[in-house]
Design a protein around this ligand. Structure first.
Ligand code: 3UK
Length: 536
C-alpha cells in the first residue's frame, strides 16, 4: 500500500484527542497490511517479533509475508478467497496473516483448541480453499479435510501437501497489494454458539485500523518504546488485536508465546527473557502464576508497565493478590469477537477492581430492559454496544444475525449494571453461555452428554464460583427410577463427561436432585439454580 493512500488518516501518536478515529478518515482503498508495512519506512531493521523460536525484523516479516502472498496467488488464490491459519503463535502465523490479507484473500483465524467435528464445521462453513496448518494439529484435520490445499508448517504427511518452508522458498519477496476497499472483508473468526455450533464473523480492513488507533493508542497509550507479550493467542481476536495489530501500528515489538495460559513458569520465564512492557493476559493465567510459591521474589517482572485482563471477569480478590505480589494493577477489559476488540475497560487512573470499567474510545454502550427501555443506575440490563468495528452478520445464520446485530447496536448477550460513578459490573449472560478459563461452555452441549448416560433422566448445567471466585460448571442431575445417588455413580458420571468433553467443559460439581425448576411450558430454568448471590 503506498504512502499516498495512507496520508488521509495519519494522526499524531498518543494524541490527546477526545474525538476518536472514524472509518471515513481512512482512504477508500485501504489494506490492513499497511499496519505492518508502514514500519518499513520508519524502522525496517527494528526487531518486530521475538519468540523462543524465530526473531524477525519488520523487513524480514514483510519479505516473508510477500512470499506467502505470491505463493497463494501462484496456486490461484484471488480476492475474497478464504485461507485458514491453524497453528500455535509463531512467526509463520504472522507472515501468513499479512500475506493472505495483502492479496485480498480472507484470513480465517482458527482456534487451535477445538475437536475434529468443530474443524469439520469451520472448514465447510468458511468454504476454505487453502489451510496453513502446523504439523502438531494435522491429526485433528486428517479425518475432516476436503478439497483444500494443505500447507504444513513442519513436516507434511500427504504427498499432495507442501511444507510451508518449501512453498514460500522460490517466491519473490516483492508483492503489490491488492487494492481492497476499506470495507472489504479481511478476516473471519469463529466463536462458540449456544448449541455448540460456531458462529462465523467477518471483520473488514477498516476494523483493524480503528482498534489500532482507538484501543492501542487512545486507550492503552501504546508507543514505539513498548514491547507487548500475550498469553492470549493470535487466533483469539483479543490476542490478535493487542499483540499484533496495536503494537505494530505504533512500531512496538511483540513477543509470541506458544505455551498454555496455565503454564505459569513458561509465562514468567518469557517475561524475564524478553522484558515486555505490556502483559496481555486472562484471569486463569494470573491465578496460576499467583499459586506459584514466591512468584514475585523468584521472577523479575519490573519491565511491565501495564497488565491487561479480558475474556472473563477478573475477580476483585485476584486483582488484590496480584497488586500485593507485584505492585502492578491489572486493568480488566471486555471485548467480543463481534466488535473485534475492547468495548469497555478500566484505566490506570480510573478503575474499580471487579468491574469492567467504562466504555472505551470509539464505543458507546447502553443497558436496556427486555422491552428495550434504558434502565436506571443500579438496575440490571442487557448490554448493547455501538462501534464502527462491529461485524455485520453471522455467516450462514440469518435468524441469529437479526437478533444480534440491531442496526447500529450490537446485542452482546451480557447482563450488566452501572453504578453511580459510571462503572459497569458484569452480572452474567442472557443466553446461559459462560466461560471457564476464557473458553466458552455451552450448557446444552454438556447436558446432552450427561443425558445420554442411562442413569440421567434430566439435568441442568449452571455456574458456581470456586474459592478463587472463578466460574466453574456445576450439574444438577435428576436420576431415572431405579438409580440411587452414590459416590460411585458420581464418579461414573464424571468419567462419562471426561470421555466425551474437553476437560474445561466437564462439571466441577454434580448435585443429585429430586426435581428441577421449570417454566409453565416445561423449559428448565437454569437461572433459578444459580447460587442466590449470582441471582440477585
Ligand atoms: C465475556 C467477559 C466479563 C462476555 C474478547 C476481544 O472475550 C472476547 O471475545 P469472545 O467473543 O467473548 C466475548 C464475551 O466474553 N467476557 C469477555 N471479557 C470479559 N465477561 N468480564 C470480562 N472482562 O460474555 C463477552 O460478551 O470470545 C475479544 C477483545 C477482548 C475480549 N475479551
Amino acid at each position: 500500500m503506498n504512502d499516498a493512500l495512507l496520508a488521509g488518516w495519519k494522526r499524531p501518536l498518543n494524541s490527546s484527542l477526545k474525538e476518536c478515529m472514524k472509518s471515513t478518515e481512512l482512504p477508500l482503498f485501504y489494506n490492513a497490511n499497511s499496519i505492518l508495512e508502514n514500519n518499513l519506512t520508519h524502522r525496517p531493521d527494528k526487531i518486530a517479533l521475538l519468540s523462543n523460536g524465530r526473531i524477525l525484523t519488520f523487513q524480514e516479516v514483510a519479505n516473508e509475508a510477500n512470499q506467502v502472498g505470491n505463493a497463494l496467488q501462484a496456486m490461484g488464490v484471488r480476492f475474497g478467497d478464504r485461507v485458514g491459519i491453524l497453528a500455535p503463535d509463531s512467526a509463520e502465523w504472522v507472515t501468513s496473516f499479512f500475506g493472505i490479507i495483502k492479496v485480498g484473500a480472507i484470513a480465517v483465524c482458527i482456534n487451535t483448541l477445538l475437536q475434529s467435528h468443530e474443524y469439520d464445521y469451520i472448514l465447510r462453513d468458511s468454504g476454505l480453499r487453502v489451510l496453513i496448518v502446523h504439523e502438531s494439529l494435522l491429526p485433528l484435520i486428517e479425518p475432516v479435510r476436503g478439497e483444500q490445499h494443505v500447507i504444513v508448517i513442519g513436516q507434511p504427511q500427504h504427498p499432495s501437501d507442501s511444507a510451508f518452508a518449501d512453498w514460500i522458498q522460490p517466491q519473490p519477496t516483492q508483492l503489490t497489494a491488492v487494492p481492497t476497499h476499506r470495507d472489504d472483508f479481511c478476516s473471519l473468526h469463529y466463536s462458540s454458539g449456544t448449541t455448540g455450533q460456531p458462529k462465523g464473523m467477518f471483520h473488514a480492513h477498516k476494523d483493524y485500523a480503528l482498534i489500532a488507533q482507538n484501543t492501542g493508542v487512545e486507550l492503552l497509550g501504546m508507543t514505539e518504546q513498548d514491547c507487548t507479550f500475550s498469553v492470549a493467542k493470535l487466533f483469539f481476536v483479543y490476542g490478535l488485536g493487542a499483540n499484533l495489530v496495536m503494537p505494530w501500528h505504533v512500531g512496538a515489538s511483540i513477543v509470541l508465546y506458544a505455551g498454555s495460559p496455565r503454564l505459569a513458569v513458561g509465562i514468567l520465564d518469557t517475561i524475564e527473557r524478553f522484558k515486555p512492557t505490556i502483559l496481555i493476559s486472562v484471569p486463569t493465567a494470573y491465578i496460576t502464576q499467583l499459586v506459584l510459591k514466591q512468584m514475585s521474589e523468584r521472577y523479575d517482572l519490573t519491565s511491565l508497565r501495564l497488565c491487561l485482563s479480558a475474556g472473563e471477569a477478573l475477580p476483585a480478590s485476584v486483582w488484590q493478590q496480584w497488586k500485593e505480589a507485584t505492585g502492578l494493577e491489572i486493568l480488566d477489559t471486555i471485548g467480543c469477537t463481534e466488535t473485534l476488540h475492547t468495548f469497555m475497560a478500566n484505566r490506570p487512573d480510573d478503575l474499580r477492581p471487579g468491574s469492567s470499567g467504562k466504555p472505551s474510545p470509539g464505543h458507546e454502550v447502553k443497558l436496556v430492559d427486555d422491552a428495550g427501555n434504558e434502565v436506571a443506575d443500579g438496575e440490571i440490563g442487557n448490554l448493547l454496544v455501538k462501534s464502527e468495528s462491529t461485524s455485520l452478520f453471522y455467516l450462514h445464520q440469518y435468524e441469529k444475525s437479526r437478533q444480534t446485530f440491531r442496526g447500529e447496536w450490537l446485542f452482546t448477550g451480557d447482563k450488566y449494571t452501572r453504578d453511580a460513578d459510571g462503572f459497569y459490573w458484569h452480572m452474567g449472560r442472557a443466553d446461559d453461555m459462560f466461560k471457564v478459563g476464557g473458553l466458552w461452555v455451552s450448557p446444552v452441549e454438556v447436558e446432552s452428554v450427561l443425558l445420554n448416560h442411562p442413569a440421567v433422566l434430566e439435568c441442568a448445567l449452571v455456574t458456581q464460583s470456586d474459592q478463587q471466585g472463578m466460574i466453574k460448571p456445576k450439574a444438577y442431575v435428576r436420576l431415572h427410577n431405579g438409580y440411587q445417588p452414590s459416590n460411585n455413580l458420581l464418579r461414573t458420571l464424571l468419567q462419562h463427561c471426561g470421555s466425551q468433553l474437553a476437560a474445561y467443559k466437564c462439571p466441577h460439581w454434580i448435585e443429585f436432585v429430586d426435581d428441577l425448576p421449570k417454566t409453565a411450558t416445561g423449559k428448565i430454568q437454569r437461572f433459578k439454580l444459580r447460587r442466590p448471590a449470582e441471582n440477585s
